[in-house]
Design a protein around this ligand. Structure first.
Ligand code: PGA
Length: 258
């Protein structure tokens, strides 16, 4: 089986206005010009909606080997949904990856499994790749329910889909207690859960789905722990929040262990 392309994605959350975003892209591009993106890796930036167009133009005009991603989308293509942005609009901006079901959307914005599934439908409908976030809260981990919780989130979003579709989905395992807390899952825990995610996807779509799906880890990833996390057999990349806000630190994560 061919090695899956490792994806290192920067989730900026609500940081960097479009001017800061442009400066960031210039700095990252300069760093990448020296050493390049390591073979077998792909890099993606997920700016806020207001910076997407600027980042798109900067990446394209300078030929920077970085993909464009979004942090969320609305589940409908158009309509009277004040303040919302559709997957269709994102696709027109050459967005390649869209995060769906991030725990901050689930917890702070009250998004449930049904809505996450419909958002995932919208992303696929417009030929982009969803990064489906799943992960347990601290109380669930302490109660020994982490795997059950993650499996339920996966099933709610992925059940009943074609194996070929499952094979091109990206899942990000992000334990809620590790996000923005400085408390990272151990590399062993990340690998164990990534393997479990793959097993659930195999149950839903067989070997094609199992071998194709990419499983990222997210939650307090830093330049210091990235290589160890990426060493897990079933860990196909990283979703990076805080440490991605600085281009030098993010670049170090992109190159970690290569
Ligand atoms: P963090 O965020 O790296 O700041 O923990 C990760 C995420 O929320 O995707």
């Amino acid at each position: 089986m061919a090695r899956r392309t490792v994806l290192v994605s920067a989730n900026w959350k609500m940081h960097h206005n479009h001017l800061e975003a442009l400066r960031y892209v210039q700095q990252l591009a300069a760093l990448l010009r020296v050493e390049g993106v390591p073979a077998g890796r792909e890099v993606c930036l997920h700016p806020p909606f207001t910076s997407l167009r600027s980042v798109q133009v900067a990446l394209e005009s300078d030929g920077v080997p970085v993909s464009l991603g979004a942090q969320d989308c609305h589940e409908e293509d158009r309509g009277a949904f004040t303040g919302a942005v559709s997957a269709e609009m994102l696709a027109r901006l050459a967005v390649r990856y869209v995060i769906v079901g991030h725990s901050e959307r689930r917890i702070l914005f009250g998004e449930g499994d049904d809505l996450v599934r419909r958002k995932l439908d919208a992303v696929l409908r417009h030929a982009m790749t969803p990064i489906l976030c799943v992960g347990e809260r601290l109380a669930e981990r302490e109660a020994g329910e982490a795997e059950e919780r993650v499996e339920a989130q996966l099933r709610a979003a992925l059940d009943g889909r074609d194996p070929a579709v499952l094979a091109r989905v990206v899942v990000a395992y992000e334990p809620v207690w590790a996000i923005g807390t400085g408390r990272t899952a151990t590399a062993a825990d990340a690998q164990t859960m990534a393997k479990q995610v793959r097993a659930v996807v195999e149950g839903l779509g067989g070997a094609t789905a199992r071998d194709g799906v990419r499983v990222l880890y997210g939650g307090s990833v830093t330049p210091e722990n990235a290589a160890e996390l990426l060493a897990g057999r079933d860990v196909d990349g990283l979703l990076v929040g805080g440490a991605s806000l600085d281009p030098t630190r993010f670049h170090a994560i992109v190159r970690a262990g290569s």
